[in-house]
Design a protein around this ligand. Sequence first.
Ligand code: NAP
Length: 444
Amino acid sequence: MPLQIAVIGAGPSGFYTAASLLRESEECRVDIIEALPTPYGLIRGGVAPDHQSTKGVSRVFAKTAQDRRVGYYGNVVVGRDITLDELRARYDAVVIAAGAPLDRPLGIPGSDAAGVYGSAAFVGWYNGHPDFRDLNPDLNTSAVAVIGNGNVAVDIARVLVKTPAEMADSDLAEHAAAAIHQAPIKDVYIIGRRGPVEAKFTNKELKEMGALKECVPVVDPAQLPTVIDGEMSDHERALREKNLATLRGFADRPAGNEHKRVHFVFCSKPVEVLGGGQVKGLRMVRMRVEAGRAFETGETFEIPCGMVVSAIGYCMPQLAGAPGDETSGVVANDDGRVSDGLYVVGWAKRGPSGVIGTNKKDGRTAARQILQDISESGRTGGQGLRSLLSKRKVVWVSFEHWLQIDAAEEAAAPPGAPRRKFSRIKDMLAVIGKPTAKLLNPAG
Ligand code: NAP
């Protein structure tokens, strides 16, 4: 009997795990269970819509999904349609690859005001994620503050200032394109509580900010150190030097005709969202950075803005049946092993860091552990899953169904764009002729 393995989540960490299992064992069966009808997780819902080459990896994942040993169950929410314990009863091993889909709370006074959004919600909105389809952010402002110095902050700033022509070959969701491109945004502030040396954006993403049609990066040269202090590897030093060189280039750049600006504001921490119930600005405190650590100086200033996006990292919800850290939601694990027959990979294992390829190693580790720990199968696998889902009238989406949705999105693409995304689950299900009625709280 082949081993029956369930992977929860069809993002990069889930697909890399499935691919490793198939490579390491001719005889295993892998079922991928995904909350959305659509596969690929952050490739579809997180990677910036104008970074199409990054999304190319989904073609590799599609090959994995079409292997005869793999089943895909989209539109099935673990914790709603089926519990983790029910899955564990049907599979020899269950791998949690559910990512970190929630925003880390900003947690400063005023951060619950209208006009403050987390990056998971905001990026999900412009990427057509159904959970955030109705976010309707109020973009009627000339200035936006993006908090955080990671790649997500840079992605958000870039998407807000690129012209419609610059986004024409992207898959920016239609509703978001309409809102962003008629917004009067002129100034975007990217705010880092530490300095340019500590900033986490990668150089490729930072450089893009200097190659925009109507937008110029603004950097105060006084914020750029001449040397990089502290102990670090040569590799790390080289990466930081590169970012500094790019930022110096921005600082030296003569003013052009661009009418939008992205301001890099370093060593500054937001301490309050101003404006009462509606954002009017941020109160900031200037920071002093010593040996990589930031300390408040006591000096304050304000940044007037009508919208705030907090891009300060992600966390995950607790999954009943999986022991998790209360704050981050990261599943308690020993290099991926959680308990008998239960494993974790990706951001749910390590926290929200690293690029897509970083998940490969997790997938390989989990596959090897499973094949080492479990040699005999006594579970029903997909057969048991299908029977429970049918009993509960859960409408699941197969990979063939997804390919139909995919083809419909591609067929509807505006000129030059790769696809026109469906952003509502009912529209996705309509393509494949599935009813939309679901039992939201199955009793069993
Ligand atoms: P990130 O790289 O960890 O950056 C988070 C930023 O938020 C850091 O600058 C951090 O500052 C700041 N921050 C955290 N808490 C804060 C607070 N309370 N107040 C102010 N600032 C705060 O996270 P991310 O940008 O969300 O990206 C997640 C991962 O996805 C990263 O590994 C990233 O490289 C990857 N990613 C890659 C790409 C790409 O390759 N193109 C695109 C998007 C995302 P400190 O450093 O001081 O903590």
